[in-house]
Design a protein around this ligand. Structure first.
Ligand code: IVH
Length: 659
């Protein structure tokens, strides 16, 4: 391929990757690969200036602004960093800097793998938080950022300052978020950075509060004259009460740099958050203007990228899993390999695009890592070891029922659309019987598979007809009278389960355990819910268009109606006695706000309270449960005290938001 063609190709790949990364939280390559492609492009453009183009992705910071949030114009652009990939390349940077001024020193920091955010404080008070966006204009995410525990709403000094840093998700929070999503029938986050990015873009700040994001601040944007170096800046940020990553070092020579990055490369394996490199910064601010900037990044700072932590293994086969919703997931069957303490023999390949972009083939040697230390993932092919493997071809038919697969518009996934597909059905049945749904003890995956194979169980209603096959069941291998009795008893008991569990058990797309509870609280019988219109559903707080649509579609399908009628006849409970959804302490509480709040505008606080199930009233009365009292509270405070109403301070309020 000639240089021109390669440049064009690289630009296309990078543009596509930018869109995926910034707007869909769904990357098609690892950061390491992305950085390498970008570097190749920059070098080719340098070597062939005749093909230069101001619109090349190498000239842009990348990222589109989503529509949901207000825009925020950065007073100082948020740039990015150039990368080096080896100690030698780092030496190149060092030499260049020393040439500028032989008295320079450096600061080394960990490069946190999250998303860049700018925080603006006025007189010590947090007034604005914004994402990078396209570098010039970002999104105003103040409301969301205020729910992050690490970030003080009030600095220890009453100064005006803009600071920047990285919002990230710890491994523990990532694991918890994915467990939640699994329960709620939602696609899992691929890694902690996507999870953090997806979370910060949530319009509902309650969700953000729950996910447990964190932040490290690493830079002062401008305006603090007495801070003259990066080392002082980090110390000063700490003094202000901001979270600063503790591993920064002030180093004076190349040996110091080398030692630091080698140390970080070991250290990162022990940390509870992802890092993807080290950042090396000239320490003395008075040198910055002189050293200058490229279109994209300052020349006085550089990222030293770590090689992703990975192990090599061989792909023995690519198999396909059918999920409960019919989604087909390709899985690499691997020669077992030890990664971060556990033996990995299967790794997700996500979808067809992921495999094609990386050109992964059966028989390839590949690098495998654990995303967020948790999910095994194939990240790269070792092409040097490739023989004559056939390129991957996506299957066209369901591996279980053979019906033709469909790929939906705008989705990377293929689906088996056959409602009777037994692959889907086994999962459906297992889900229905699971502890979180109908809780039919002993009807686990193995038993379901066996009964399915023996044709006793094809669809959900068959569970309640098993007793008709009593004589055959006790003859089955591994079954006896005792275990069949136990199973049938558990099945019988499950008929009394509350309606929300039944609803959850049906496996309606987007209707997880929590959504089911909300739905039955508004429509306390199956009949009522079946007849609810899209408008009825969308009017329920917390029910969005996707859920509403999915519920309406489900009840439009005749086979589903048939199933529900059958379950009704079989004696399952179809009504719901209202009980409170697991409560946030604000749920159902009437609030009155008074006085001046330090950390929220009135309407921000109101939105937060409402998102947690409370309501905000304008005046104190017998209906008031809680008076949220800011500074200089007056007559309302007096009245509430007289009425014996609970008075809540802003500090207490902030603690409770995160419960
Ligand atoms: S300094 C000009 N320091 O890495 C940007 N960045 O492209 C100056 N990052 O999105 C950034 N840890 O958000 C700096 N200790 C650190 C960092 C860091 C992570 C991110 C930053 C930016 C990306 C660089």
């Amino acid at each position: 391929m000639d240089a021109k063609a390669r440049i064009i190709e690289l630009r296309q790949i990078i543009e596509e990757a930018n869109v995926r990364y910034h707007t869909m939280d769904n990357p098609m390559m690892t950061d390491y690969e992305y950085d390498k492609l970008m570097k190749e492009l920059i070098e080719l453009e340098k070597a062939y200036p005749m093909y230069d183009d101001p619109n090349s992705p190498s000239k842009k910071v990348g990222g589109e602004i989503l529509q949901q949030f207000e825009k925020h114009q950065h007073t100082v652009p948020m740039m990015s960093l150039s990368n080096v990939f080896s100690i030698d390349e780092m030496n190149g940077f060092y030499e260049k800097m020393i040439k500028e001024n032989s008295n320079l020193s450096f600061v080394t920091e960990l490069k946190i793998d999250g998303l860049a955010v700018s925080l603006i404080y006025k007189e010590g008070k947090l007034i604005k938080a914004a994402t990078r966006g396209n570098g010039l204009v970002g999104e105003d995410i103040t409301q969301n950022v205020k729910t992050i525990k690490d970030i003080p709403h009030q600095l220890k000094k009453p100064i005006d300052i803009e600071v920047r840093g990285e919002i990230y998700m710890s491994h523990q929070a990532f694991k918890k978020a994915n467990e939640e999503r699994l329960k709620e029938n939602q696609e899992l986050f691929k890694n902690p950075r996507n999870a953090a990015a997806g979370t910060i873009r949530q319009l509902d700040s309650k969700v953000v509060a729950k996910r447990g994001l964190s932040m490290f601040v690493y830079t002062i944007v401008k305006g603090i004259n007495f801070v003259k170096t990066q080392f002082e800046a980090l110390n000063f940020l700490k003094e202000l009460g901001l979270p600063v990553n503790p591993y920064y070092r002030h180093v004076k020579d190349f040996n110091g740099l080398k030692e630091a990055v080698l140390y970080y490369d070991e250290l990162r394996k022990t940390l509870h958050y992802d890092t993807d490199g080290a950042v090396i910064k000239v320490n003395e601010f008075d040198q910055y203007e002189k050293i200058g900037y490229t279109a994209k990044s300052p020349k006085f700072q550089i990222a030293y990228k770590f090689e992703a932590e990975k192990e090599e293994s061989k792909i023995l086969d690519i198999t396909f899993q059918v999920g409960r919703t019919g989604v087909i997931t390709p899985v690499a069957e691997l020669e077992p390999v030890l990664i971060s303490g556990s033996l990995v023999s299967r790794a997700t390949l996500h979808n067809e695009d992921y495999i094609k972009n990386k050109d992964i083939r059966i028989g390839d040697y590949v690098w495998v890592h654990k995303a967020g230390e948790i999910i095994p993932e194939v990240i790269e092919v070792n092409l040097q070891k490739r023989n004559n493997q056939e390129p991957f071809k996506m299957i066209e038919h369901c591996p279980v029922c053979q019906s033709r697969l469909e790929r939906k518009e705008d989705e990377a996934d293929y689906y088996c659309m056959n409602p009777d597909c037994s692959g889907k059905n086994v999962f459906k049945l297992v889900h229905f019987a699971s502890r979180v749904a109908m809780d039919i003890d002993t009807l686990g995956e193995k038993v379901v598979e066996l009964l399915h194979e023996q044709t006793f169980l094809q669809q959900i209603s068959d569970i309640y007809k098993l007793k008709d096959h009593y004589d055959s069941l006790i003859e089955l291998d591994g079954f006896g009278k005792k275990s069949v009795d136990k199973l049938l008893e558990a099945i019988e008991n499950s008929k009394k389960q509350p309606l929300d569990r039944l609803l959850f058990g049906l496996g309606i797309k987007h209707v997880g355990a929590k959504v089911s509870k909300i739905l039955v609280n508004h429509f306390p019988s199956m009949d009522a819910l079946m007849h609810a219109s899209y408008e009825d559903l969308i009017n329920i707080p917390d029910i969005g268009p996707e859920i509403a649509n999915s519920v309406v579609q489900y009840f439009k399908d005749e086979s589903n109606i048939k199933l529900i009628n059958e379950l009704k006849l079989l004696g399952l409970n179809m009504n719901f006695e209202k009980i409170q959804v697991k409560e946030h302490p604000f749920n159902g509480k009437g609030f009155v706000l008074t006085g001046t709040l330090q950390n929220f505008k009135r309407d921000e606080a109101k939105k937060l309270i409402e998102s947690l199930g409370g309501n905000v009233l304008s005046s104190v009365s017998a209906k008031t449960d809680i008076l949220l009292a800011g500074e200089d509270a007056g007559s309302k405070l007096k009245k509430a005290t007289e009425l014996g109403i609970r008075i809540m301070s802003e500090d207490e309020f902030m603690e409770l938001i995160n419960e």
